[in-house]
Design a protein around this ligand. Sequence first.
Ligand code: ADP
Length: 366
Amino acid sequence: MFNWQAEIPLIMRKSDHTRPEHIAPDDDIEQSLRPPRLEQFAGQEKIVQNLKIFIQAAKQRGEPLEHVLFTGPPGLGKTTLALIIANEMGTSVKMTSGPVLDRPNNLAGLLTSLQEGEVLFIDEIHRLTPAVEEYLYSAMEDFRLDIVIDQGPNARTVQLTLNRFTLVGATTRSGLLTAPLRARFGVTNRLDYYDAPTLFGIVKRSSDILNVAVDDEGAMEIAKRSRGTPRIANRLLRRCRDFAQADRSLAAFGGKVTSEVADHALRALEVDKAGLDEMDKRILLYLIERHGGGPVGVNAIAAAIGEDPGTIEEVYEPFLIQQGFLLRNLRGREATGMAYAHFGRSKARAKGPGDPQLPLGFEEGA
Ligand code: ADP
Protein backbone atom coordinates (compact mmCIF):
# COMPACT_ATOMS: atom_id res chain seq x y z
CA MET A 1 0.00 0.00 0.00
CA PHE A 2 1.15 3.56 -0.66
CA ASN A 3 2.32 5.66 2.21
CA TRP A 4 0.71 8.82 0.90
CA GLN A 5 -0.02 10.22 4.30
CA ALA A 6 3.52 11.36 4.89
CA GLU A 7 2.17 14.56 6.37
CA ILE A 8 1.30 12.71 9.59
CA PRO A 9 3.66 14.16 12.21
CA LEU A 10 6.31 11.83 13.60
CA ILE A 11 5.73 12.87 17.18
CA MET A 12 2.44 11.38 18.31
CA ARG A 13 0.04 13.40 20.39
CA LYS A 14 -2.20 11.66 22.86
CA SER A 15 -5.13 12.19 20.54
CA ASP A 16 -3.25 10.44 17.71
CA HIS A 17 -4.33 7.14 19.20
CA THR A 18 -7.90 8.15 18.51
CA ARG A 19 -7.33 9.71 15.10
CA PRO A 20 -9.30 7.56 12.71
CA GLU A 21 -6.98 8.24 9.77
CA HIS A 22 -4.64 5.61 8.52
CA ILE A 23 -1.06 5.99 9.79
CA ALA A 24 1.90 4.14 8.35
CA PRO A 25 3.04 2.24 11.48
CA ASP A 26 -0.34 0.49 11.53
CA ASP A 27 0.16 -1.02 8.05
CA ASP A 28 1.09 -4.63 8.84
CA ILE A 29 -1.29 -4.95 11.76
CA GLU A 30 -4.17 -3.49 9.75
CA GLN A 31 -3.54 -6.05 7.03
CA SER A 32 -3.72 -8.90 9.50
CA LEU A 33 -6.96 -7.57 10.99
CA ARG A 34 -8.85 -6.99 7.77
CA PRO A 35 -11.73 -9.42 7.37
CA PRO A 36 -11.16 -11.11 3.99
CA ARG A 37 -14.80 -11.97 3.20
CA LEU A 38 -18.19 -10.27 3.39
CA GLU A 39 -19.30 -12.93 5.89
CA GLN A 40 -16.65 -11.73 8.35
CA PHE A 41 -17.27 -8.01 7.81
CA ALA A 42 -19.14 -6.83 10.91
CA GLY A 43 -21.92 -4.24 10.77
CA GLN A 44 -23.01 -2.02 7.83
CA GLU A 45 -25.68 -4.67 7.21
CA LYS A 46 -27.53 -2.91 4.39
CA ILE A 47 -24.35 -2.30 2.41
CA VAL A 48 -23.14 -5.87 2.93
CA GLN A 49 -26.51 -7.32 1.91
CA ASN A 50 -26.64 -5.27 -1.27
CA LEU A 51 -23.03 -6.01 -2.19
CA LYS A 52 -23.71 -9.73 -1.82
CA ILE A 53 -26.51 -9.49 -4.37
CA PHE A 54 -24.61 -7.29 -6.83
CA ILE A 55 -21.54 -9.55 -6.64
CA GLN A 56 -23.58 -12.72 -7.12
CA ALA A 57 -25.46 -11.22 -10.08
CA ALA A 58 -22.27 -9.96 -11.75
CA LYS A 59 -20.63 -13.36 -11.31
CA GLN A 60 -23.64 -15.13 -12.81
CA ARG A 61 -23.48 -12.85 -15.85
CA GLY A 62 -19.72 -13.34 -16.09
CA GLU A 63 -19.19 -9.58 -15.94
CA PRO A 64 -17.09 -7.37 -13.69
CA LEU A 65 -18.98 -5.68 -10.87
CA GLU A 66 -20.18 -2.15 -11.65
CA HIS A 67 -18.08 0.69 -10.28
CA VAL A 68 -18.63 1.18 -6.54
CA LEU A 69 -18.20 4.31 -4.44
CA PHE A 70 -17.74 4.24 -0.64
CA THR A 71 -18.08 7.46 1.31
CA GLY A 72 -17.75 8.14 5.04
CA PRO A 73 -15.27 9.12 7.75
CA PRO A 74 -11.85 7.42 7.89
CA GLY A 75 -11.37 4.04 9.55
CA LEU A 76 -14.87 2.64 8.90
CA GLY A 77 -13.90 -0.05 6.38
CA LYS A 78 -13.83 1.48 2.88
CA THR A 79 -10.46 -0.03 1.93
CA THR A 80 -11.41 -3.31 3.59
CA LEU A 81 -14.58 -3.52 1.47
CA ALA A 82 -12.59 -2.83 -1.72
CA LEU A 83 -10.31 -5.76 -0.89
CA ILE A 84 -13.29 -7.92 -0.02
CA ILE A 85 -14.96 -7.12 -3.35
CA ALA A 86 -11.85 -8.32 -5.18
CA ASN A 87 -11.77 -11.49 -3.06
CA GLU A 88 -15.44 -12.22 -3.57
CA MET A 89 -15.15 -11.63 -7.33
CA GLY A 90 -12.13 -13.95 -7.40
CA THR A 91 -9.87 -11.27 -8.80
CA SER A 92 -6.95 -9.10 -7.72
CA VAL A 93 -6.80 -5.44 -6.79
CA LYS A 94 -4.51 -2.53 -7.65
CA MET A 95 -4.47 0.25 -5.08
CA THR A 96 -3.73 3.93 -5.44
CA SER A 97 -5.01 7.29 -4.24
CA GLY A 98 -6.13 10.63 -5.67
CA PRO A 99 -3.01 12.58 -4.68
CA VAL A 100 -0.69 9.89 -6.11
CA LEU A 101 -2.43 9.87 -9.49
CA ASP A 102 -1.42 13.44 -10.15
CA ARG A 103 -0.87 13.20 -13.93
CA PRO A 104 -2.90 11.63 -16.74
CA ASN A 105 0.20 9.56 -17.66
CA ASN A 106 0.12 7.84 -14.27
CA LEU A 107 -3.53 7.01 -14.72
CA ALA A 108 -3.01 5.75 -18.28
CA GLY A 109 -0.16 3.49 -17.13
CA LEU A 110 -2.27 2.06 -14.37
CA LEU A 111 -5.42 1.56 -16.45
CA THR A 112 -3.59 -0.18 -19.28
CA SER A 113 -2.00 -2.58 -16.76
CA LEU A 114 -5.37 -3.80 -15.44
CA GLN A 115 -6.39 -7.39 -16.15
CA GLU A 116 -9.90 -8.28 -17.29
CA GLY A 117 -12.24 -7.99 -14.27
CA GLU A 118 -9.57 -6.59 -11.93
CA VAL A 119 -10.46 -4.10 -9.18
CA LEU A 120 -8.86 -0.64 -9.19
CA PHE A 121 -9.12 1.02 -5.78
CA ILE A 122 -8.68 4.80 -5.67
CA ASP A 123 -8.65 6.18 -2.14
CA GLU A 124 -9.30 9.90 -1.56
CA ILE A 125 -10.84 10.01 -5.02
CA HIS A 126 -12.05 13.57 -4.41
CA ARG A 127 -8.43 14.69 -4.69
CA LEU A 128 -7.97 13.73 -8.36
CA THR A 129 -6.93 16.65 -10.55
CA PRO A 130 -9.52 17.77 -13.14
CA ALA A 131 -7.25 16.56 -15.99
CA VAL A 132 -6.96 13.06 -14.52
CA GLU A 133 -10.66 12.96 -13.74
CA GLU A 134 -11.47 13.81 -17.36
CA TYR A 135 -9.54 10.74 -18.53
CA LEU A 136 -11.24 8.57 -16.01
CA TYR A 137 -14.73 9.32 -17.39
CA SER A 138 -14.33 7.43 -20.68
CA ALA A 139 -12.35 4.69 -18.97
CA MET A 140 -15.21 4.12 -16.51
CA GLU A 141 -17.95 4.44 -19.07
CA ASP A 142 -16.65 2.70 -22.19
CA PHE A 143 -13.38 1.11 -21.00
CA ARG A 144 -11.63 3.33 -23.48
CA LEU A 145 -8.84 5.85 -23.14
CA ASP A 146 -8.31 8.74 -25.54
CA ILE A 147 -4.69 9.74 -25.40
CA VAL A 148 -3.46 12.92 -27.05
CA ILE A 149 -0.03 12.49 -28.58
CA ASP A 150 2.22 15.42 -29.51
CA GLN A 151 1.29 19.08 -29.35
CA GLY A 152 0.16 21.92 -31.63
CA PRO A 153 -0.62 21.08 -35.28
CA ASN A 154 0.82 17.55 -34.90
CA ALA A 155 -1.46 16.69 -31.98
CA ARG A 156 -3.58 13.60 -32.58
CA THR A 157 -5.70 11.33 -30.48
CA VAL A 158 -5.03 7.64 -30.08
CA GLN A 159 -7.78 5.48 -28.68
CA LEU A 160 -6.86 2.59 -26.40
CA THR A 161 -9.30 -0.15 -25.49
CA LEU A 162 -8.98 -1.24 -21.90
CA ASN A 163 -9.81 -4.49 -20.18
CA ARG A 164 -13.10 -4.23 -18.32
CA PHE A 165 -12.42 -3.42 -14.67
CA THR A 166 -14.26 -2.37 -11.52
CA LEU A 167 -13.35 0.98 -10.06
CA VAL A 168 -13.84 1.17 -6.31
CA GLY A 169 -13.58 4.76 -5.15
CA ALA A 170 -13.38 5.90 -1.53
CA THR A 171 -13.77 9.36 -0.11
CA THR A 172 -14.12 10.98 3.27
CA ARG A 173 -15.42 14.16 1.60
CA SER A 174 -18.32 13.15 -0.61
CA GLY A 175 -19.33 16.80 -0.90
CA LEU A 176 -16.13 17.52 -2.80
CA LEU A 177 -16.80 14.92 -5.51
CA THR A 178 -17.79 16.38 -8.86
CA ALA A 179 -21.25 15.45 -10.13
CA PRO A 180 -19.97 13.83 -13.38
CA LEU A 181 -17.63 11.54 -11.45
CA ARG A 182 -20.27 10.59 -8.92
CA ALA A 183 -22.72 9.83 -11.71
CA ARG A 184 -20.38 7.25 -13.21
CA PHE A 185 -20.58 4.96 -10.19
CA GLY A 186 -23.23 2.23 -10.43
CA VAL A 187 -23.39 1.82 -6.66
CA THR A 188 -22.83 4.44 -3.94
CA ASN A 189 -22.60 3.46 -0.27
CA ARG A 190 -22.31 5.69 2.75
CA LEU A 191 -20.64 3.98 5.71
CA ASP A 192 -21.91 4.90 9.16
CA TYR A 193 -20.30 4.78 12.57
CA TYR A 194 -20.53 1.38 14.29
CA ASP A 195 -22.52 0.73 17.44
CA ALA A 196 -20.83 -0.60 20.58
CA PRO A 197 -22.02 -4.24 20.26
CA THR A 198 -20.62 -4.44 16.71
CA LEU A 199 -17.33 -2.89 17.79
CA PHE A 200 -17.26 -5.33 20.70
CA GLY A 201 -17.33 -8.19 18.16
CA ILE A 202 -14.53 -6.53 16.16
CA VAL A 203 -12.38 -6.08 19.30
CA LYS A 204 -12.90 -9.74 20.27
CA ARG A 205 -11.97 -10.93 16.77
CA SER A 206 -8.85 -8.72 16.73
CA SER A 207 -7.81 -9.88 20.20
CA ASP A 208 -7.94 -13.49 18.97
CA ILE A 209 -5.82 -12.68 15.93
CA LEU A 210 -3.30 -10.60 17.90
CA ASN A 211 -3.34 -12.95 20.88
CA VAL A 212 -4.35 -10.29 23.39
CA ALA A 213 -5.95 -11.46 26.63
CA VAL A 214 -9.10 -9.36 27.03
CA ASP A 215 -12.26 -10.19 28.94
CA ASP A 216 -15.77 -9.22 27.79
CA GLU A 217 -16.00 -6.17 30.06
CA GLY A 218 -12.61 -4.93 28.85
CA ALA A 219 -13.60 -5.41 25.22
CA MET A 220 -16.87 -3.55 25.81
CA GLU A 221 -15.08 -0.66 27.51
CA ILE A 222 -12.86 -0.27 24.42
CA ALA A 223 -15.84 -0.67 22.06
CA LYS A 224 -17.81 2.09 23.81
CA ARG A 225 -14.90 4.53 23.72
CA SER A 226 -13.70 4.07 20.12
CA ARG A 227 -15.64 6.87 18.39
CA GLY A 228 -17.70 4.25 16.54
CA THR A 229 -14.62 3.43 14.43
CA PRO A 230 -13.05 -0.04 13.96
CA ARG A 231 -9.59 1.38 13.24
CA ILE A 232 -9.62 3.22 16.58
CA ALA A 233 -11.01 0.18 18.40
CA ASN A 234 -8.15 -1.94 17.07
CA ARG A 235 -5.59 0.71 17.97
CA LEU A 236 -6.96 1.21 21.49
CA LEU A 237 -6.97 -2.54 22.01
CA ARG A 238 -3.22 -2.58 21.32
CA ARG A 239 -2.58 0.40 23.60
CA CYS A 240 -4.60 -1.28 26.38
CA ARG A 241 -2.49 -4.39 25.92
CA ASP A 242 0.64 -2.23 26.39
CA PHE A 243 -0.72 -0.87 29.65
CA ALA A 244 -1.78 -4.34 30.83
CA GLN A 245 1.71 -5.65 30.16
CA ALA A 246 3.95 -2.82 31.26
CA ASP A 247 2.15 -0.59 33.78
CA ARG A 248 3.24 -1.78 37.21
CA SER A 249 0.16 -0.38 38.88
CA LEU A 250 -1.86 -2.91 36.84
CA ALA A 251 0.30 -5.93 37.70
CA ALA A 252 -2.53 -7.49 39.73
CA PHE A 253 -4.50 -8.05 36.52
CA GLY A 254 -1.85 -10.45 35.19
CA GLY A 255 -1.53 -8.82 31.78
CA LYS A 256 -5.23 -9.16 30.98
CA VAL A 257 -7.24 -6.29 29.56
CA THR A 258 -10.16 -6.04 31.99
CA SER A 259 -12.57 -3.11 32.25
CA GLU A 260 -10.36 -1.59 34.99
CA VAL A 261 -7.25 -1.91 32.86
CA ALA A 262 -9.04 -0.50 29.81
CA ASP A 263 -10.42 2.40 31.84
CA HIS A 264 -6.98 3.17 33.29
CA ALA A 265 -5.34 3.04 29.83
CA LEU A 266 -8.03 5.10 28.13
CA ARG A 267 -7.89 7.75 30.83
CA ALA A 268 -4.12 7.92 30.37
CA LEU A 269 -4.74 8.45 26.64
CA GLU A 270 -7.30 11.15 27.50
CA VAL A 271 -10.22 9.26 26.01
CA ASP A 272 -13.21 9.99 28.21
CA LYS A 273 -16.25 7.86 29.05
CA ALA A 274 -18.11 9.00 25.94
CA GLY A 275 -15.07 8.25 23.76
CA LEU A 276 -14.28 11.93 23.26
CA ASP A 277 -10.59 12.59 22.84
CA GLU A 278 -8.48 15.65 23.52
CA MET A 279 -9.39 17.34 20.21
CA ASP A 280 -13.12 16.71 20.62
CA LYS A 281 -12.93 18.29 24.05
CA ARG A 282 -10.97 21.27 22.77
CA ILE A 283 -13.58 21.93 20.09
CA LEU A 284 -16.55 21.70 22.45
CA LEU A 285 -14.91 23.59 25.30
CA TYR A 286 -13.80 26.33 22.93
CA LEU A 287 -17.42 26.80 21.86
CA ILE A 288 -18.74 26.62 25.43
CA GLU A 289 -16.10 28.65 27.25
CA ARG A 290 -15.25 31.28 24.67
CA HIS A 291 -18.44 31.72 22.67
CA GLY A 292 -21.35 30.85 24.94
CA GLY A 293 -21.91 27.72 22.86
CA GLY A 294 -21.62 29.33 19.41
CA PRO A 295 -22.33 29.54 16.56
CA VAL A 296 -18.72 29.80 15.42
CA GLY A 297 -17.27 29.24 11.93
CA VAL A 298 -15.02 26.23 11.36
CA ASN A 299 -12.02 28.38 10.42
CA ALA A 300 -12.18 30.24 13.71
CA ILE A 301 -12.36 26.95 15.61
CA ALA A 302 -9.46 25.56 13.61
CA ALA A 303 -7.26 28.57 14.29
CA ALA A 304 -8.08 28.53 18.01
CA ILE A 305 -7.39 24.86 18.64
CA GLY A 306 -4.53 24.44 16.16
CA GLU A 307 -6.10 21.90 13.82
CA ASP A 308 -6.67 21.90 10.09
CA PRO A 309 -10.26 22.98 9.17
CA GLY A 310 -10.58 20.06 6.71
CA THR A 311 -9.68 17.58 9.46
CA ILE A 312 -12.23 19.15 11.78
CA GLU A 313 -14.94 18.82 9.12
CA GLU A 314 -13.95 15.35 8.02
CA VAL A 315 -12.90 13.65 11.25
CA TYR A 316 -14.18 15.40 14.37
CA GLU A 317 -17.46 17.02 13.42
CA PRO A 318 -19.24 13.99 11.93
CA PHE A 319 -18.82 12.04 15.16
CA LEU A 320 -19.70 14.95 17.45
CA ILE A 321 -22.80 15.66 15.35
CA GLN A 322 -23.83 12.00 15.24
CA GLN A 323 -23.45 11.71 19.01
CA GLY A 324 -25.51 14.86 19.58
CA PHE A 325 -22.75 17.08 21.01
CA LEU A 326 -22.58 19.51 18.10
CA LEU A 327 -24.92 21.22 15.67
CA ARG A 328 -23.89 22.51 12.30
CA ASN A 329 -25.94 25.19 10.58
CA LEU A 330 -25.41 28.02 8.14
CA ARG A 331 -24.12 30.33 10.85
CA GLY A 332 -21.49 27.89 12.10
CA ARG A 333 -21.05 25.26 14.81
CA GLU A 334 -22.92 25.18 18.10
CA ALA A 335 -22.45 23.13 21.26
CA THR A 336 -25.68 21.34 22.23
CA GLY A 337 -27.26 20.98 25.65
CA MET A 338 -25.80 17.49 25.73
CA ALA A 339 -22.31 18.95 25.33
CA TYR A 340 -22.94 21.32 28.26
CA ALA A 341 -24.20 18.44 30.36
CA HIS A 342 -21.22 16.27 29.44
CA PHE A 343 -18.80 18.85 30.81
CA GLY A 344 -21.01 19.65 33.79
CA ARG A 345 -21.66 23.19 32.57
CA SER A 346 -24.95 24.99 32.36
CA LYS A 347 -25.85 27.21 29.46
CA ALA A 348 -26.97 30.02 31.81
CA ARG A 349 -23.50 30.21 33.34
CA ALA A 350 -21.81 30.45 29.98
CA LYS A 351 -19.94 33.67 29.24
CA GLY A 352 -20.51 35.88 26.23
CA PRO A 353 -18.93 35.53 22.84
CA GLY A 354 -15.21 36.00 22.53
CA ASP A 355 -14.58 36.64 26.23
CA PRO A 356 -10.79 36.87 26.24
CA GLN A 357 -10.46 36.42 30.02
CA LEU A 358 -11.46 32.79 30.02
CA PRO A 359 -8.70 30.21 29.84
CA LEU A 360 -9.23 27.21 27.58
CA GLY A 361 -9.87 24.33 29.97
CA PHE A 362 -9.45 20.73 28.92
CA GLU A 363 -10.56 19.10 32.13
CA GLU A 364 -12.79 16.08 32.06
CA GLY A 365 -16.31 16.66 33.19
CA ALA A 366 -17.74 13.16 32.74
P1 ADP B 1 -11.05 3.19 5.68
O1 ADP B 1 -10.54 2.72 4.34
O2 ADP B 1 -12.50 3.50 5.70
O3 ADP B 1 -10.22 4.30 6.27
P2 ADP B 1 -10.17 0.55 6.54
O4 ADP B 1 -10.91 -0.33 5.60
O5 ADP B 1 -8.71 0.76 6.24
O6 ADP B 1 -10.91 1.96 6.71
O7 ADP B 1 -10.35 -0.09 8.01
C1 ADP B 1 -9.50 0.25 9.07
C2 ADP B 1 -9.26 -0.94 9.97
O8 ADP B 1 -10.48 -1.25 10.63
C3 ADP B 1 -8.81 -2.18 9.23
O9 ADP B 1 -7.69 -2.74 9.88
C4 ADP B 1 -9.95 -3.16 9.35
O10 ADP B 1 -9.46 -4.40 9.76
C5 ADP B 1 -10.83 -2.61 10.46
N1 ADP B 1 -12.23 -2.72 10.06
C6 ADP B 1 -12.94 -1.78 9.39
N2 ADP B 1 -14.21 -2.18 9.23
C7 ADP B 1 -14.32 -3.39 9.80
C8 ADP B 1 -15.40 -4.31 9.98
N3 ADP B 1 -16.62 -4.03 9.54
N4 ADP B 1 -15.15 -5.47 10.61
C9 ADP B 1 -13.91 -5.73 11.09
N5 ADP B 1 -12.86 -4.89 10.98
C10 ADP B 1 -13.05 -3.74 10.34
